[in-house]
Design a protein around this ligand. Structure first.
Ligand SMILES: Nc1ncnc2c1ncn2[C@@H]1O[C@H](COP(=O)(O)OP(=O)(O)OP(=O)(O)O)[C@@H](O)[C@H]1O
Ligand SMILES: [Mg+2]
Length: 197
């Protein structure tokens, strides 16, 4: 098998394993993850000192981000959320409270306000992204759309990138392909905020 195909197959296998483990989480564990995510990240000066942030609306079994988004908004943070485009790239619009969201094409809640384009993230101070697994070097496995690889590639140098994952999803090694973009940190319910690499 070619090297690229081997990585793609390894990613698919790891994705299946991580998704199956998430299916086994209880509602209480998911809810706890959402509260821990909010409590941990609202304490991070990198996120609360001003500057535009990019984050995401959790879907399915992802760690819930509603409480984090609400907390950031209440503190006056300017938060961009993704709007999924045909082909998988991400446009961005502002979060302006829970009423500013409506379900998008993939089921995630998306902001309904004006869209600022795929390049809006070129000016953010930090981005919080979903992941199914991250390793100690920051290598990241997503759901397989390549959406966040494209968004992460547009981040300005020095901006903070954080993957929100459950305990047990910080793994020994994530297989990667050339287009994969790493993250600088993870936040987990049990371990809080950790810089990687
Ligand atoms: N910069 C890019 N430009 C165009 N397509 C890309 C880019 N990055 C990734 N892709 C596409 O996305 C596909 C899936 O990538 P990958 O398996 O890394 O997804 P993922 O990282 O799990 O998903 P996500 O980034 O949405 O969380 C790639 O095979 C590729 O076709
Ligand atoms: Mg990827």
């Amino acid at each position: 098998m070619a090297v690229g195909a081997e990585s793609a197959a390894a990613k698919a296998a790891l994705r299946r394993r991580m998704l199956a483990a998430r299916q086994g989480l209880t509602e209480a564990e998911r809810s706890f993850a959402g509260s821990a995510l909010r409590d941990t990240l609202l304490e991070r000066p990198e996120l609360t000192m001003g500057g535009t942030l990019a984050a995401f609306s959790a879907m399915g079994t992802e760690p819930p981000t509603g409480r984090l988004l609400y907390g950031l908004w209440k503190r006056g943070a300017y938060v961009l959320l993704p709007v999924l485009l045909p082909g998988g790239d991400l446009d961005w619009a502002a979060y302006d409270g829970p009423d500013s969201l409506a379900p998008g094409p993939a089921g995630a809640l998306e902001p309904t306000g004006p869209r600022y384009g795929v390049d809006a993230v070129r000016r953010v101070a930090a981005m919080i992204v979903p992941a199914l697994a991250v390793d100690g070097a920051g290598r990241r496995l997503g759901r397989g759309g390549g959406s966040y690889d494209r968004a992460l590639a547009r981040m300005p140098a020095g901006a903070l990138t954080i993957a929100a994952i459950y305990d047990g999803e910080l793994v020994d090694e994530v297989p990667v392909e050339p287009h994969d973009r790493p993250v600088a940190a993870v936040v987990t319910p049990g371990g809080g905020f950790r810089r990687l690499g």
